[in-house]
Design a protein around this ligand. Sequence first.
Ligand SMILES: O=c1[nH]cnc2c1ncn2[C@@H]1O[C@H](CO)[C@@H](O)[C@H]1O
Ligand SMILES: [Zn+2]
Length: 438
Amino acid sequence: MTDLDDIFTARGSVLIAGASINGSTADIAIDETGTIAAIGEDARRAIDADIVIDGSDRLAVPGLVNTHTHAAMTLLRGYADDMLLQEWLSQKIWPLEAHLTGDDVYAGTKLACLEMIKSGTVAFNDMYFFMDRAAAAVDDMGMRATLAYGFIDLGMEEKREAEIKATEALVDHIRSLNNPRIQAAVGPHSVYTVSPEGLSWCAEYAKEQGIGIHVHLSETEKEVTDCVAQFGKRPTYLLDEYGCLTPRTVAAHCCWLDEAECRLLGERGVSASHNPASNMKLAVNRAMPYHWLKQYGANVALGTDGCSSNNNLDIFEEMKFAALLQKFAWNSPTLLPAGEAVMMATAAGARALGIGPGTLTVGAPADIVLLDARAVCNTPLYNPDSNIVYACNGGAVMTVLCGGRVLMHERTVPGEEEIIQEAAAAARSLIERAKNSA
Ligand SMILES: O=c1[nH]cnc2c1ncn2[C@@H]1O[C@H](CO)[C@@H](O)[C@H]1O
Ligand SMILES: [Zn+2]
């Protein structure tokens, strides 16, 4: 077995020896390109391993994917809780965000990456500001991410010009990084913060650049009634009118959709990001109609939303909240069974971001999480999906690989203490600056 220190610095092929996959024990071979080369009997012959990881007493599962977050909002964790969404945003969150700097976003995104790695997430879909600094954090931490600048024009032409420039600058910057794990998306925030002209520019630009769209959709009832009052149609149709619903669109929340809107999202091949913890905390008062979205073929994945409305980034918790909320809200204990919740967090998430199958299969990117099979939450282990969704949280994650690179081993992430200290300092100074200006 490779030593802890070497495991983070060594590069090359990796053998995970004797892990439990879907109930049977198998070796996993990962080649130098970070791809799963073989699973099972052929694995030891497939590569001449540079790194060997002991997989005994470990359950191997695909890396988890967080399809909606605002990573740097880790700095706002616990700053404003227990409020109505509109007041929470306009009175607390937006005024504090006005003081954010690029350095804050770098420190906050690094903390977010640390938190996600420690709970088994390998990839995330982010929307925020100073996204070039978010990209630097992701690059440092070795994760995958799709990064969008949060485009908000509030119907003002001057603001729109600035948002267009910021969006273009981010897309150019991310292209120049040439990091295959980091991609750009266009991020029209929502129908209540972006004008029709803004939505239409975002859709055309995304199409021209061949990149995705990340948008909030029908989070609250007010969003829907305001949209109908202003534009005479529900938010889904407004987004569709301006070209924002595509197979590369991730629509976050999707709580207040009617059946016809679900059908349209299915027809357009949109991915819906379900964020149950945020939805319950902000009491948006309606659970995403998962049954309709599933029926009409929309790709439903999972997200945490930002740390100010969750207040963590643990997708294990999100799997459980999703399964429980759906059952409770739609009065059906058979809705969203454990196996489906795992698929939402893995295969559906990977599909939403276009980062491979999100499965442990030959040819897939080696995005692999090893869970402690001897943990309390995994004892007994009749059905791993059940333990994963209903019993465990991210604390059961021992080892995380992203594209064949080891990001955490035996719960150690290199640089963890500095990341926490720097984020805590950034949060303190942010609050200080906001106070002084008030
Ligand atoms: O639940 C939410 N609904 C709407 N906006 C949100 C939510 N959480 C965070 N943001 C806001 O979206 C912008 C992203 O660029 C940020 O202003 C962030 O605070
Ligand atoms: Zn959000």
